[in-house]
Design a protein around this ligand. Structure first.
Ligand code: F6R
Length: 241
């Protein structure tokens, strides 16, 4: 693993955006795996700036997001599709037809997940997967459990994730209880992985993920087994290493 420690959130965002920018320069038709959440907002802003400045282009790229709430249409302002439009897709030259987010409005969970997994395979797999990290070690919506889920699947969210996400809704009652997410196997098939983490609240889980045993109770610990992972931390998130 290549671990990069930066001074603060802004430097972390630029360093992580540079990894994606380099990927696009090396392979303009890259298949990017993308994430939502508060962590990547700064790096998406940096990518928008770089695209505006003509330094990079998404014109030939495709994207697959990690996850989406089940039951929220893409027009809902807390859906991950909406987040991606708002933070990245609406501001860069990507073809929206080539951006993929699991379809939260699909009732049939199995069909939604199978279609998503198949679309990733048909695209040739993910070249670079961006990940944030949950306080409990989750990646995507792969929560701590007794075995690593393999493919895209429907999950029940844990109480801690519902509470963490409730800040974005009017109340915890409004947070959807289920989500569609790439599996750990889907994530591990990406050719490169970029994990981005900031803040002192995640210092201990960062230590467990990078230095602890590889166990499904800490889902992101499996990244230790991936051959090409870059981890970009601010110094607060790196404090327990
Ligand atoms: C988002 C995702 C989640 C987040 C994680 C961290 O698509 O899959 O795993 O990356 O919950 O979220 P933030 O960045 O809000 O702390």
């Amino acid at each position: 693993m290549n671990v990069v420690v930066t001074e603060n959130y802004e430097e972390m965002s630029v360093a992580a955006a540079n990894v994606i920018a380099e990927q696009l320069k090396a392979k303009p038709d890259s298949v990017l795996g993308l994430a939502t959440g508060t962590t990547p907002i700064g790096l998406y802003a940096e990518l928008v700036r770089a695209c505006d400045a003509g330094e990079i282009s998404f014109a030939n790229a495709q994207s697959f997001n990690l996850d989406e709430y089940r039951g929220l249409p893409g027009t809902h302002d807390q859906s991950y599709r909406y987040f991606m439009q708002d933070n990245l897709f609406d501001h860069v030259d990507i073809d929206v037809e080539k951006t993929h987010v699991p379809d939260g409005s699909m009732e049939d969970a199995q069909a939604a997940c199978d279609a998503y997994e198949q679309a990733i395979t048909q695209a040739g797999g993910v070249d670079l997967q961006l990940l944030g990290l949950g306080h409990n070690g989750h990646i995507g919506f792969n929560e701590p459990c007794d075995s690593f889920p393999v493919t895209t699947h429907c999950v029940e969210l844990t109480e801690s994730t519902i509470q963490a996400n409730s800040r974005l809704f009017d109340s915890a009652d409004e947070v959807p209880r289920e989500a569609y997410t790439m599996g750990i196997g889907t994530i591990m098939k990406a050719r490169k992985i970029l994990l981005v983490v900031n803040g002192s609240g995640k210092a201990e889980i960062v230590r467990d993920v990078l230095r602890g045993p590889v166990v499904p109770q800490v889902p992101a610990s499996i990244l230790q087994l991936h051959p090409d992972v870059t981890v970009v931390l601010d110094k607060e998130a790196a404090a327990a290493l």
